[in-house]
Design a protein around this ligand. Structure first.
Ligand code: ATP
Length: 233
């Protein structure tokens, strides 16, 4: 996650009272975003150039409001009240030009938080150049997650701090069975710090050095991706 994305999420946390989102582009991705926000209780305006998609959104009750308009037209966006929205999601992946122009229009209109969907590396770069605060590339990101989970099935979840360091949730491997935290010397052997251990559902944060681990428990570690890759999971 880059610095502008971090400041976006920090500001969203501070602005929790604001509950209005606009989603532009109602393909599968845009509908999923709209549906989830709406079901979480937020006000959502869905926008698409395709009248059928706008109507479907209202019929399926997955947005509070929906409008048909061409988002490359700055006047149409202003008339739709886009500047009243604190966060706008541009979910137009397959039409690069429309997606970039829409993002530019919204940033120029002064919307503080714009999240845009990219469909390629170059699309991602263009969106950042025109001011997107956060760019998602779902096909690429899901592909990476799938490849990782297929090759390292012991890694259950991963939070990437930066390109080199992560926090991961891993299944305690057979090699660590019946050994204490102290005996494992994770910092010395892998450069990793143990943050928590879970037996069944309950996590023990900052576990005692004398805690004896069991194969199949879950542990959460922080450290370099290189160290994580060396874990026997
Ligand atoms: P998926 O359906 O796989 O999620 P996607 O999110 O990449 O794909 P696209 O195929 O890019 O979706 O289309 C998203 C939506 O954006 C479409 O419904 C399309 O009608 C809409 N759209 C494209 N250009 C504009 C525009 N200029 N103004 C408003 N809506 C637009």
């Amino acid at each position: 996650m880059n610095l502008s994305s971090i400041s976006l999420f920090r500001n969203l946390r501070l602005d929790r009272g604001r509950r209005q989102f606009a989603v532009i582009g109602l393909g599968r991705f845009g509908r999923a975003v709209s549906q989830t926000l709406h079901h979480l209780g937020y006000e959502v305006l869905g926008i698409d150039a395709d009248e059928r998609k706008v109507n479907n959104l209202l019929t399926d009750e997955i947005a509070s409001h929906a409008l048909q308009l061409d988002s490359t037209d700055p006047t149409a966006l202003r008339e739709a009240g886009i500047t009243d929205f604190d966060t706008v999601i541009v979910a137009i992946g397959n039409y690069v030009q429309e997606s970039v122009i829409t993002t530019l229009n919204i940033k120029e209109a002064g919307v503080p938080h714009v999240v845009a969907k990219a469909s390629s590396e170059i699309h991602c770069k263009l969106l950042k150049k025109v001011g997107a605060d956060h760019v998602v590339f779902p096909e690429h990101e899901m592909g990476c997650v799938l490849a990782r989970s297929l090759t390292r099935p012991g890694i259950l979840d991963r939070f990437e701090l930066d390109p080199d360091n992560s926090i991961v949730e891993v299944v305690v491997p057979a090699e660590f069975d019946d050994r204490t935290v102290m005996e494992l010397e994770l910092r010395k052997h892998y450069g990793l710090t143990l943050l928590a251990v879970a037996k069944e559902d309950k996590f023990e944060i900052n576990p005692s050095p004398v805690l004896r681990l069991k194969k199949g428990w879950i542990m959460v570690v922080i450290g370099s991706n290189r160290g994580i890759e060396q874990l026997p999971v």
